[in-house]
Design a protein around this ligand. Structure first.
Ligand code: ZN
Length: 106
């Protein structure tokens, strides 16, 4: 097989892999939407919360990162010891090493 054929096959495989990854993410999003809908319907049935209250809360959470853009972006907390931003995925400061107790599950 010529090197151009190998490059073409490699590119085609990468495209197929990317397409599968996108489909998997779409499936996961659809599942999360379903779960979110079910939780919301349960909350509405079992409590006094309304669609308007949910819409207000969505706007409040949307603007927590300083932008109303339909997305929730986690803003890194400052380290309690050195005040540098804490990495989202660790439980210690990458700059000074202090252990950090996360207050928010998000
Ligand atoms: Zn620190």
């Amino acid at each position: 097989m010529a090197s151009s054929d190998k490059a073409l096959e490699s590119a085609n495989q990468a495209a197929r892999d990317a397409k599968q990854d996108v489909q998997k993410l779409r499936d996961e999003i659809d599942n999360l939407k379903l779960i979110t809908q079910a939780i919301w319907h349960l909350m509405r049935q079992k409590t006094d919360v309304t669609d308007e209250m949910l819409a207000t809360m969505i706007r409040e959470i949307d603007q927590l990162d300083g932008k109303i853009d339909g997305r929730y972006v986690r803003v890194p907390e400052p380290c309690p010891q050195c005040a540098r931003p804490l990495t989202v995925s660790t439980n210690s400061c990458v700059y000074c090493g202090i252990k950090v107790d996360r207050k928010s599950p998000f």
